[in-house]
Design a protein around this ligand. Structure first.
Ligand code: NAD
Ligand code: TYD
Length: 371
């Protein structure tokens, strides 16, 4: 017995059919594109429409393996547009069984430099999606059809820094960066639509994610690509901050599991497989690349830098999900991928990259010390 039958026998009949048509917003980004590859690759008959604004972080090339596959390509439709634009969003939502919202501005450092886009996408954009889901679900109810399910992809960062223990879903949120504040606001809107309008919605709070197609502004891909070029690696402060690293295909798989099995109105933590300090992560990636620690420079810290995130994963485990990838396996695969995809990351480090890099790191590197 496999698939649906096994799930049903285990008392976990899926709330979303394997052949459901999904709207995946932000599907040309890092985790969203992994989700598209996972779902179309694993589930015969699944269909996906991606809505993506193609900001600096979005890249149609992230979907190239699907779009060039004659079996998968007919099941994917790509629409370039903004989740905050209601006329774009409404007809797309009306045509699907579920919406998985990855769309967001995702980099904490950029939220410190320029927060406005974080609020527009994270608050207004989420509200536009929720309104479209509310209207489409009401229309479907008239026809006796189930509502459009909504999954909001959120982050462990909404809890704020957790110095001891692990955050549980019922803990209060305490975001400390404009990025995490916008993500918390988006979640609160989702909760309000569940209570007020009876929306069928779930929220996931994923841990720090890494893997292929990760934009090189983030710690692991920035340090891998800088190290390949023998450039300095700017480690913030003492480098003893802790994160719990989650491999991207595990994050995508866990989101799909919650979409299909999570109870409406519930929030699920998605922990990683490796609680490590940034120093430990950097040492591991340098070893994988055979590059020296002398590349690492201690630079002035990020303002408001959260010292530690840590999630309790028992609710997700009770729903039947286990991560499959260890940090050692995931990091080796990530390094291999970046080595093999130099044109991809050099393109991501072009255009506005130099101006961003100078603004974020110029003065910091000038003031850097031995790490
Ligand atoms: P990313 O920056 O790689 O991708 C974001 C995507 O959203 C891009 O393709 C971008 O073009 C698109 N987008 C941005 N604004 C949009 C808008 N207004 N309308 C339509 N599309 C828009 O981000 P990611 O790392 O893949 O993160 C995806 C989601 O997962 C985000 O919601 C993020 O908060 C969440 N998350 C990320 C991590 C992580 O470690 N990367 C961890 C937990 C949660
Ligand atoms: P990042 O990848 O930006 O993810 P987040 O801020 O969402 O956790 O950063 C991961 C950790 O690495 C975080 O503690 C900040 C640190 N960091 C550096 O030390 N140097 C850098 O250049 C970057 C981008 C991050």
């Amino acid at each position: 017995m496999g698939g649906e039958a096994a799930e049903a026998a285990a008392g976990r009949a899926a709330r979303i059919a394997p052949t459901a048509h999904l709207l995946v917003t932000g599907g040309a980004g890092f985790i969203g594109s992994a989700y598209v590859r996972e779902v179309l690759g694993r589930r015969d008959g699944a269909r996906i429409t991606v809505l993506d604004k193609l900001t600096y972080a979005g890249n149609r090339a992230n979907l190239a393996t699907v779009e060039s596959d004659p079996e998968l390509a007919p099941r994917l439709t790509f629409v370039q547009g903004d989740i905050a634009d209601a006329p774009t969003v409404e007809p797309l939502v009306a045509a699907v069984d579920a919406v998985v919202n990855f769309a967001a501005e995702s980099h904490v450092d950029r939220s410190i430099l320029d927060p406005e886009a974080f609020l527009r996408t994270g608050v207004i954009g989420v509200h536009v999606l929720l309104e479209a889901v509310r209207v489409a679900s009401a229309d479907r109810a008239v026809a006796g059809r189930p509502p459009v399910r909504f999954l909001q992809v959120s982050t462990d960062e909404v809890y704020g820094a957790v110095l001891e223990g692990r955050s549980r879903e019922g803990d209060p949120v305490g975001p400390r960066s404009p990025y995490s504040a916008a993500k918390a606001a988006g979640e609160l809107l989702v909760g309000s639509y569940v209570v007020t309008h009876g929306l069928d919605a779930v929220v996931t709070r994923g841990s720090n994610t890494y893997g292929p197609y990760h934009h090189p502004e983030k710690l692991i891909p920035l340090f891998i690509t800088n190290a390949i070029d023998d450039l300095p690696l700017p480690l913030y402060g003492d480098g003893l901050q802790q994160r719990d690293w989650l491999y991207v295909s595990d994050h995508a798989g866990a989101i799909d599991h919650v979409l299909r099995h999570g109870a409406s109105g519930e929030t699920y933590n998605l922990p990683g497989s490796a609680e490590m300090t940034n120093r430990e992560v950097v040492a591991a990636l340098l070893a994988e690349l055979s590059k020296p620690w002398s590349l690492v420079r201690s630079v002035p810290d990020r303002p408001g830098h959260d010292r530690r995130y840590a999630l309790d994963g028992s609710k997700l485990a009770a729903l039947g999900w286990r991560n499959a990838t260890s940090f050692a396996e995931g990091l080796a695969e990530t390094v291999r991928w970046f080595r093999a995809h130099e044109p991809w990351w050099r393109a991501a480090k072009s255009g506005d990259w130099d101006a961003y890099y100078e603004r974020q790191y110029g003065a910091r590197l000038a003031a850097s010390t031995e790490a």
